[in-house]
Design a protein around this ligand. Sequence first.
Ligand SMILES: NC(=O)c1ccc[n+]([C@@H]2O[C@H](COP(=O)([O-])OP(=O)(O)OC[C@H]3O[C@@H](n4cnc5c(N)ncnc54)[C@H](O)[C@@H]3O)[C@@H](O)[C@H]2O)c1
Length: 448
Amino acid sequence: MTTVTENRLAELKKKLESREARIGIVGMGYVGLPLALLFSSERFHVTGFDIEARKVNTLNSGGSYIVRILPASIQEAQKAGFRATSNYTEISQMDAVIICVPTPLNEHHEPDLSYVTGTVESLAPYIHEGQLIVLESTTYPGTTEELVVPILEKGNLFGLKVARTLDDSGIHVVFSPEREDPGNDSVARHDIPKVVGGCGPAASQLAAVLYGSIFRRVVPVSSPSVAEMTKLLENIYRCVNIALVNELKQLCMRMGIDIHEVIDAAKTKPFGFQAFYPGPGLGGHCIPIDPFYLSWKAKEFDFQTRFIELAGEVNLHMPYFVIEQTAAGLNDQCKSLKGSKVLVLGLAYKRDIDDLRESPSLTIIELLREKGALVFYNDPYFPTVGHGRHYDLNMTSTPLDNLGQYDAVVIVTDHSDYDYKAIVEQSKLVIDTRNATKGIQSPKIVHC
Ligand SMILES: NC(=O)c1ccc[n+]([C@@H]2O[C@H](COP(=O)([O-])OP(=O)(O)OC[C@H]3O[C@@H](n4cnc5c(N)ncnc54)[C@H](O)[C@@H]3O)[C@@H](O)[C@H]2O)c1
């Protein structure tokens, strides 16, 4: 006799193979939109859900609001049936729903799960038996079981429960972390293995079938908590190692050693070492934020995550270090920060992307202003910058000409379009926080 799950699996497999399966992706941002395009490129019928009408309208008119995603890609997806909506009633037509909404920190540096809970509350009334619900937003271990499952069970209209055994009917709930790395084209998206942890064996198997149709390798783990923790381990590993090189950079500077030369030499070791690079501080939606999801949760277990706290302390200090080095560079030219004209090169949190969330350049600009400098910026990805959750700048990108008018040029983001040789030649003083001027010899450069 076949179990409920075997029937359900066979049905979903058939629907996936024939491309009849309808996939809903909630949150059309940096994670959700590329995922929607990936499913669409495999001829799946995808509906993108977002609460921002501007995004929905742009997508439905074949446009894009993310620089590296071309309108042509959206139009190609539309041919496969892709469309966007803010109407949650359409959730009922989906076979699988994947949630990719933000998970920021609140003003007290604690997890803000309001987007996740708000989304799940909105979609719960429209879910149906046998549906697969996947959370991809990065979060602390326990979120899927402790927050998502109760809302789904309470909010659905059919009294459905989450399927825990192979014989259970009900809803199938999974956590599957996103491993998107914007701007990194070294690995094709479908070659990045996909971790899935279901609330029951059926959920894991269904998710493996779903993701197996777009990713070459699916890695099932025993529970959502393991999958949630896997993502945090990956990001904490980066955060701690970046803090380590940021600290060693400061020591190396005092010792007159070039940290970048050291890293280049160390990475020739074919085992046991992975290169991380120092910089002006952490940025982006993940590395500066995710570790604090775990340190917050750890307190519930009377546990202090000391590596996370220490790494946070070192990394948070880096923009202040950049200010100190800029002041020292100006001092060597008998100038002070107060009254100096300073150009910040690059706003994005990393090279060649249009994302400035948590970018260290925002802090650096504010600190320079506090010290009395006249601050300008240039970034080809941001013609203007207004205000956000943690900044209020209201500035316009200045053209990259007449660099001699600035007392200092601070390279915060090493976009590849910049001509660093010309920048050094034309500037009076260059503070290079990214080793962007590697190979250029000039007394005007301060590496920091
Ligand atoms: N950006 C990355 O590189 C990256 C990488 C890995 C993991 N993540 C994680 O993925 C998640 C999403 O990140 P992102 O960068 O895509 O965020 P984002 O801000 O770019 O996109 C989130 C989208 O969700 C929409 N949204 C918010 N509430 C909604 C709701 N109730 N219903 C429908 N839509 C809603 C927003 O309008 C926005 O378009 C986060 O948990 C993040 O930590 C991000």
